[in-house]
Structures are given as C-alpha cells and as structure tokens.
Write a protein that binds this ligand. Structure first.
Ligand SMILES: Nc1ncnc2c1ncn2[C@@H]1O[C@H](COP(=O)(O)OP(=O)(O)O)[C@@H](O)[C@H]1O
Ligand SMILES: [Mg+2]
Length: 271
C-alpha cells in the first residue's frame, strides 16, 4: 500500500517542532557552540535530511530530537509534547551498526522487544517479515560477523523497525558502505518509508543521497553549527536511481553546492 505523499506532508500541526534550538557543550578548553538557533517544523510522515559537513551539529540535533541529550536553549516537541527522554515509538540507526556479535541476526533484531518486554510471538513474526523484506530471510540464524557491511546495516535497520516506531532517526546509516550497496539501501529505505508512513530524519553528508531520499533537505554549516537553507525536493515517488541522471537532479546538486560555497563550506565528496 502506498500513501499519497502530499496528503501526508500537508498537516497543520507539525509532528516535530524544533524552535530556536542551540546546544553548547562545556569542555575544558572552553565552550563549544555545536548548534545555534535551529528552527524547523517536520510533518508526520515526512522524510527530512540534515545535510552538512562534519562538525555542523547534525548528530547533536538528532540526539536532542531522540531525547538522548538536552537542548541548551530553545525547545523541541513531538506531537505537541516537549521531548523529555527517548519518546515511545522511536527507532534509531547509527553509522556503526552496534550489533551484538554473540547473538544471531534474529536475536539482534528481537533485542528491543526483550528490553521493552513486548509480546514475543507477535514481534517474532514482525522481525522475520522485516528481515525477509530486506533480503535476509536465509540469514536469520547467522551471526553478525558472518555478514557483509551492507547486510549488517540492514539488520540494524530491521532492529530499529521491529517495534514499529512512528519516528525513525538515522545518523549517517550508509556512510560506511560502498556506493552500490548504498544505492540499494537507499531504494529499500524509500520503499519501507512509503509503505509505513513513518517520519524519518536522516543525517548524511552526501548531497546526492539527500536529494534522492528527501522531501526536504536542511542544509547546514559548521563553526558554529547552523541551518543555512531548507530545500524542498519535488521529484515524484517512488524515485528510481535514474532520477540522478535528470537535469533537475543536476540543478538541485548545483544549488546545494552553491549554498555551501557561499557559506564557506568546503565539500570534499562528489555528489
Ligand atoms: N560531547 C561533546 N563535547 C564537546 N563537544 C562536542 C560533543 N559532541 C559534539 N561536540 C562538538 O560539537 C560540534 C558538532 O558535533 P556533531 O553534532 O557531532 O557534528 P556532526 O554530526 O555534524 O559531525 C563539533 O564541533 C563537535 O566537536
Ligand atoms: Mg555526526
């Protein structure tokens, strides 16, 4: 089942409201202004990317939205309520997959179910279905060390999805993967997002990945970490890899690069 994207992203009350958020880390060598005055409303079901160079506060913001760190000034709310610790219905995926090597693939995916004391049988079904969906049906009883990097990251995504979270926070989840595997996982993620109507905040420093996946891209700069511009990406869904060959894609890429250049951000990577 696919959803009408326009319908999903046009709600009046934002699902996530980030208002004038700053974060200062105190350190022995002085305070670090990791993020300054970030404001953004995110609708339920929207796919938003945080795009910017290393050190611009992407992980800091994601952690604050996930209730793993506190804001210094400003406010973040989820469904109208201030964030105060990790909210119910949250899934997180990090660049490093943090799988437990002594557990099988299926046992790794079931971990949140055990930790939260949820119904085992029901979630076992869901875990198995998810792993099959991500092409890991034959690997349920393998251990993480028997898998490739791409397969491990698929397991981490299944683990984040097993409790059916309404909000998924992903911090450079595909940053350590080769380009082909990354392409594949981008398509799989789009697919699961379109079927499920989840809200996703996705951190990346790849311009092309952000354009490929996002409804909107929040372009950021460092020192101090800040939002520079928010760009709406208008390609229809589902997007295929061929969209990257279109002139419109090149236009978006150029626009992002120009924003970075005029803000003194040096981009090493190719889009
Ligand atoms: N726990 C911390 N203590 C002190 N400084 C930190 C801490 N975490 C992050 N920073 C600093 O805050 C800034 C933003 O970091 P981060 O959010 O990790 O950026 P990004 O994820 O965009 O690379 C950087 O200058 C970083 O060094
Ligand atoms: Mg980071």
């Amino acid at each position: 089942m696919t959803m009408d994207r326009n319908e999903v992203v046009s709600g009046e009350n934002p699902h996530i409201r980030i208002q004038g958020v700053s974060k200062i880390y105190a350190s022995p060598r002085g305070d670090v202004l990791a993020l300054t005055d970030a404001t953004l409303d995110i609708q339920k079901g929207e796919f938003v990317s945080l795009l910017g160079p290393s050190g611009c506060g992407k992980s800091t913001l994601l952690k604050m939205v996930g209730g793993l760190d506190s804001v210094t000034t400003g406010a973040i709310s989820l469904a109208g309520a201030p964030i105060d610790g990790p909210p119910v219905g949250l899934g997180m995926v990090f660049q490093k997959d943090v799988l437990l090597d002594w557990r099988t693939v299926l046992q790794n995916v079931m971990l949140p179910v055990e930790l939260q004391n949820l119904d085992h049988a029901e979630h076992l079904d869901r875990a198995t279905t998810l792993l099959k969906l991500f092409g890991l049906g034959d690997f349920l009883d393998k251990h993480p060390w028997e898998l490739s990097g791409g397969m491990r990251q698929r397991v981490a995504i299944c683990r984040a999805l097993v409790t059916d979270p309404s909000l998924l926070l992903m911090d450079e989840p595909f940053g350590a993967l080769d380009a082909l595997t990354r392409d594949e996982l981008n398509l799989e993620l789009q697919d699961i997002w379109m079927r499920s109507g989840k809200t996703i905040i996705f951190v990346t420093h790849s311009i092309s990945e952000a354009i490929m996946l996002s409804d909107r891209i929040c372009v950021m700069a460092a020192r101090p970490g800040r939002f520079i511009e928010i760009i709406k990406i208008d390609f229809p869904r589902p997007r295929t890899l061929a969209v990257r060959e279109t002139p419109e894609f090149a236009d978006y890429t150029r626009r992002v690069r120009q924003i970075f250049e005029s803000n003194g951000v040096f981009q090493h990577e190719k889009a």
